[in-house]
Design a protein around this ligand. Structure first.
Ligand SMILES: *Cc1c(COP(=O)(O)O)cnc(C)c1O
Length: 363
């Protein structure tokens, strides 16, 4: 029996990719928003049902640029139960992260704790849609309106997710999708920002290209964050198959649910009503089970199965943040980080593989 990794990238056929690549190859326009990028943007807008998208070299830099483009200054309310990218993007913009705890049910920011963390310096909320489960959009919106805060979602996990038919691209002032090779939808490396205010376009365009507004003038201190054309071609191809890929993930996810739901000491996250989930990750919380998370992980590894402690540790506990934020009062996040294991899930995984994994866990 072969090795099972936590994920495996979805790929178009080699022929599909090379056929799509040919005109780019012949044009020798390899980056700086060429024909493939423009086509990819058009297709993305259709798929995501949103007005404004911008393409980036990766998800992290996309989030950094979105925060800069929105002109955020001061304090940002966020959670430590996320990829370190979220926290780094805040701090690298010269902003102060103010951590609040997450909700028990899906580990996204607890809106009840947000108002208590607001000061006169608070400018924004940066919240992660964890594992493709969405934050409490409505509650966050209300608070943001009342206190005049910007809302930016780290939607790196949420490509293809909809709530009552509306895609995750349409919530908040901006949303960032990572299209890294390990995500549900990928462009090898890449990122996408969707945004509400069409005016933001000016800032994105200049910030991804060092701050140039024309050949001779740099108006803002930008970076180099451009997606290249080979990546855009991968995006065009993968977007054609995304719905089938998610449907294949669903078969694996449903088998996990069938086998693991209701087992004492094992908790699964349930999608809220109206949510169409993308099965981006399959988190299982071992809390009071006969073996703890680390023991289960080790047991799986003995069988050549590689699950992931994700998110572990919480970002406030990394050595670069520990001194300042280590002793935070975020008990739900800290507990989740000790108990959660994301099981392998990808489109080409078989239901038999899921059974093999469940057998090891339940043995
Ligand atoms: C993957 C990921 C990122 C970073 O995206 P990259 O494309 O790898 O830079 C940020 N936030 C979350 C939640 C992620 O999962």
């Amino acid at each position: 029996m072969g090795r099972i990794n936590v994920t495996k990238s979805s790929m178009p056929s080699f022929e599909e990719y090379t056929n799509e690549l040919r005109p780019v190859w012949e044009s020798r326009w390899l980056s700086n928003r060429g024909m493939a990028s423009k086509e990819f943007e058009t297709e993305l807008k259709k798929y995501l049902g949103c007005e404004n998208v911008w393409l980036f070299a990766n998800g992290h830099v996309a989030l950094e640029v979105a925060l800069q483009a929105l002109g955020i200054k001061g304090e940002v309310i966020t959670t430590p139960y996320t990829h370190v990218s979220t926290t780094n993007a805040i701090v690298r913009n010269g902003l102060t992260p103010v951590f609040v705890d997450v909700k028990e049910d899906n580990y996204t920011v607890n809106p009840e704790l947000i108002e208590g963390a607001i000061t006169e310096k608070t400018a924004a909320i940066v919240a992660t849609h964890v594992y493709g489960f969405l934050c409490d959009i409505e509650a966050i919106d209300k608070i943001a309106c009342k206190h005049n805060l910007k809302v930016i979602y780290d939607a790196a996990h949420a490509f293809g997710v909809t709530l009552n038919g509306v895609s995750a691209a349409n919530f908040g002032d901006a949303a960032m999708f990572s299209t890294h090779a390990t995500k549900v939808f990928h462009t090898i490396e890449g990122g996408i920002v969707t945004y509400k205010d069409a005016e933001m376009f000016k800032y994105m365009r200049c910030l991804v290209n060092f701050g140039f507004i024309n050949e001779e003038e740099v108006v803002r201190i930008g970076t180099n964050a451009r997606m290249n054309e080979f990546e855009a071609v991968m995006g065009i191809c993968n977007l054609r198959h995304i719905d089938e890929e998610i449907a294949k993930r669903r078969l694996v996810g449903e088998r996990y649910i069938e086998r693991l739901a209701g087992i004492p000491g094992i908790k699964l996250i349930e999608p809220e009503k109206g949510l169409v989930w993308n099965y981006a990750y399959f988190p299982v919380i071992f809390d009071g089970y006969k073996e703890n998370r680390n023991e289960i992980k080790a047991k799986l590894e003995k069988e050549d199965i590689y699950a992931r402690k994700y998110f572990y540790p919480t970002t406030n506990c990394f050595s670069c943040y520990k001194e300042q934020y280590g002793s935070l009062d975020v008990p739900v996040a800290l507990h989740a980080a000790e108990c959660v294991l994301t099981l392998p899930i990808y489109a080409d995984m078989t239901v038999e593989d899921a059974d093999r994994i469940c057998d090891v866990i339940l043995r």
